[in-house]
Ligand binder design. Structure first.
Ligand code: 5RP
Length: 292
């Protein structure tokens, strides 16, 4: 058992010493197998080193949330502008044409809905995951939730074992603990737990002090968008995360709940890949919105 009475928070994040990416363009991935590197290269743009993942996995928790009523109509047309599609097996099979060549990040944990307290998540079978031909697999860990922390971390660790068996990168999704402060200290802890357990990508939330979250996570970090914000605020969120060293976004509601999702995903891509300022990206959004 770790000592709890003298936890010393890290305070030396080496922010002026970038990680060595001279051997492979994504941090922390150089010592992984060829297959993991190859799949990561499908997800992360070689020039920017970043990714725009489009998350539409919400239905397994939330049912037909706004913007995801019809994934065939709402999400499939956006695929062209995403670098990677993150969803669950059911909606991918039913709605994403098998001719799709965009990499898939398959959500592999289940067992919880918004109608109950978080219960005990399980992973889908490894052969079932492989059938979906994923470029990455994702599972959530709920750090700080006494009822589910152990199960979700054990699931996650098992998923990394499966991923390493087949050279499929695993993305750790950090749930927001109900009773935990949503600050950089908490997200650093949750992100680091994912990375220490073998994640190749960590998905977490932007917060003040995010540069420390990125610095102490030895693999690429992407942010969730969270609840729908006005477009300019969502673009600022993405921009701030990129400025702090994030390797992109895995955004859902702020894209598919936008009044012009196609324009919004292109605006987000401008921030992520082209270093556009939020106001410049908003112009892309406005232009696209007016055309649609
Ligand atoms: C939560 C998830 C969601 O996919 C995630 O929250 C991304 O969506 P949004 O940008 O809507 O927050 O992984 O378990």
């Amino acid at each position: 058992m770790a000592d709890l009475d003298d936890i010393r928070d890290g305070d030396n994040f080496g922010l002026n010493s970038p990680p060595d990416t001279s051997k492979y363009y994504l941090k922390g991935i150089n010592s992984t197998d060829w297959g993991i590197k190859n799949r990561m290269a499908r997800i992360f743009n070689r020039n920017s080193g970043r990714t725009v993942m489009l998350a539409f996995d919400h239905g397994f928790l939330m049912g037909p949330t706004s913007g995801l009523e019809r994934i065939d109509l709402n999400i499939a047309p956006l695929a062209e502008y995403a670098d990677c599609l993150m969803g669950c097996r059911g909606s991918i099979r039913a709605n994403i044409p098998p001719e799709n060549t965009k990499p898939i990040c398959l959500r592999t944990d289940t067992g919880t809905t918004i109608l109950t307290e978080m219960n005990h998540n399980v992973l889908l079978a490894e052969e079932e995951a492989i059938r979906l031909n994923p470029a990455a697999m994702a599972a959530m860990i709920s750090v700080g939730d006494a009822a589910t922390e152990a199960t979700t971390i054990a699931n996650f660790s098992r998923l990394v074992d499966i991923g390493n068996k087949y050279s499929i990168p695993v993305m750790g999704v950090t749930a927001v603990g109900k009773d935990m402060a949503r600050d950089s200290r908490y997200f650093s802890l949750a992100a680091r737990v994912c990375a220490e357990n073998g994640a190749s990508i960590v998905k977490t939330y932007y917060t003040e002090g995010f540069e420390n979250v990125v610095a102490c996570t030895p693999v690429p970090v992407v942010i969730a968008g969270g609840k729908k914000l006005p477009e300019i605020e969502a673009l600022e969120l993405a921009y701030n995360a990129i400025q702090c060293g994030a390797a992109g976004v895995d955004m859902g509601r702020n894209v598919f709940q936008s009044e012009a999702p196609l324009a919004m995903i292109q605006a987000v891509a401008g921030v992520v890949h082209d270093n556009l300022k939020p106001a410049e990206a908003l112009e892309i959004f406005e232009e696209g919105k007016n055309k649609s």
